[in-house]
Design a protein around this ligand. Structure first.
Ligand code: HEM
Length: 400
């Protein structure tokens, strides 16, 4: 059994392009002692003492599917401090029961309705705001904006609350940058959501908060704390990921003009383009798990108590699964990626995320022509574990 303890250092341009490092690490047994997280701004006392990183598809898949040996309790001492006790950090029966209750709010029947009633009008309303300008930054004016507006409507929050809700949501998801502000936002969102829950206890509503309030399985209902914690979880889970993934796809298409032209000419290519974008530039590259007992992965001993970085971004470029994995190619044979995780914590919003991205891209392609990226300020995809373009300055012509 390999017990090698040399910890590899992250390269200096890591945040811009972590993929060469991931590729190098995949040459070994698929898991290594060390980390893929950028802790350069994290105080030493808050860093895990013993960390391993799973980087091959097989190792990532195995860790995610074994919730008994590699559980999510690690989130109690990270993001859980800001969102409260949520299904993200639960395991086994408790997780299953809780997930069944909250999934009442994500029925596929609702999804079919949300597309024409909520997502399309929001996306088109945003395009209306800049279509006459001939140029814009698609991150600021579009990708950053539409998921917040969508979730505000789906939760059933009053439109006039959007600016405050947006500000608090951004503060909460920026917990790694400013944890004091994130705690303030967490408390403010709790009070705000409690008011909304209260209103729906007396007058039921047809929205996600209303569905959570009335969810009932064999007499079991969600407590107020479970509801507002779940709602706070939706901010990092549903907003941050979706805005980043749609920005990534736009960046990739704008920098691969032939593939962009092919999608413009044939909208059936949009679905494979979305999947290839999610594989090639995974918006959340890494999640974490906690080793509950001594175990072994790919011949590497993992002691109980270790924190495991589970690097889906690296797994998605594993040459054992995809030929020529470092190439963005919407025409490649479809092999499912692992961007939405796997096992019991598989993303609950994956159908919503795909639908939002499809509608956003369809509407942009229908309404804008000759979209061209202005490269003067070197826009590029940046970050780890969350990745997205720094900006997307474009020129275009208005079609309709
Ligand atoms: C492209 C967009 C998205 C990506 C890449 C993504 C990715 C993920 C990943 C990797 C996880 C697993 C986290 C872990 O196990 O540590 C997750 C869980 C989750 N996601 Fe998403 N997500 C996206 C969009 C959404 C949306 C739009 C929603 C809802 C509005 C959502 C709701 C959730 C929830 C509730 C969980 C927790 C599931 C559980 O613990 O059982 N996600 N997501």
């Amino acid at each position: 059994m390999n017990t090698d303890t040399a910890v590899p250092q992250l390269p200096t341009d890591y945040l811009r392009d972590p993929y060469p490092f991931f590729a190098e690490m995949r040459c070994g047994p698929g898991i290594f002692r060390g980390t893929v997280m950028d802790y350069s701004k994290t105080p030493e006392s808050l860093r895990p003492r013993q960390e391993y990183a799973a980087v091959s598809f097989d190792a990532v898949n195995r860790v995610l599917r074994d919730g008994r040996v590699f559980n999510s309790s690690i989130y109690d001492s990270t993001i859980g401090l800001f969102i409260g006790p949520s299904l993200l950090a639960m395991e086994g029966k408790a997780h299953w029961d809780h997930r069944n209750l909250v999934s009442a709010a994500f029925k596929s029947k609702s999804l079919a309705r949300w597309e024409p009633e909520v997502v399309r009008p929001i996306v088109n309303g945003l395009i209306d705001e800049f279509i006459r300008d001939g140029d814009t930054d698609l991150v600021r004016a579009f990708t950053f904006e539409f998921p917040t507006r969508v979730i505000t409507r789906l939760l059933g929050l009053p439109e006039e609350d959007l600016p405050t809700f947006r500000r608090r949501a951004v503060q909460l998801i920026s917990y790694a940058v400013d944890y004091r502000k994130a705690f303030e936002a967490s408390a403010a969102l709790k009070d705000y959501f409690l008011e909304q829950i209260d209103k729906r206890r007396s007058t039921p509503t047809d929205d996600i908060i209303g569905d959570l309030v009335s969810a009932d399985i064999n007499g079991e209902k969600l407590t107020d704390e479970a509801i507002y914690s779940f709602l706070r979880l939706l901010l990092p889970a549903g907003l941050e990921t979706t805005y980043r993934s749609s920005g990534n796809l736009l960046y990739l298409l704008l920098t691969h003009p032939e593939q962009f032209a092919a999608v413009q000419a044939n909208r059936e290519l949009l679905a494979p383009a979305i999947e290839e974008g999610l594989r090639y530039e995974t918006p959340l590259t890494t999640v974490q798990r906690f080793a509950t007992e001594d175990s072994e992965l790919g011949g590497v001993a993992i002691p109980a108590g270790s924190v495991i970085d589970v690097c889906m971004g690296s797994a998605n470029r594993d040459a054992n699964r995809w030929p020529d994995p470092e190439k963005f190619d919407i025409f490649r044979h479809h092999t499912p990626h692992i961007t939405f995780a796997a096992g019991e914590h598989t993303c609950m919003g994956l159908h919503l995320a795909r639908m939002e991205t499809r509608v956003a891209l369809e509407s942009l392609l229908d309404r804008l022509g000759d979209i061209t990226l202005i490269t003067d300020d070197d826009p590029h995809i940046h970050g780890q574990p969350f990745r997205s373009p720094t900006s997307l300055p474009v020129t275009f012509t208005a079609v309709r």
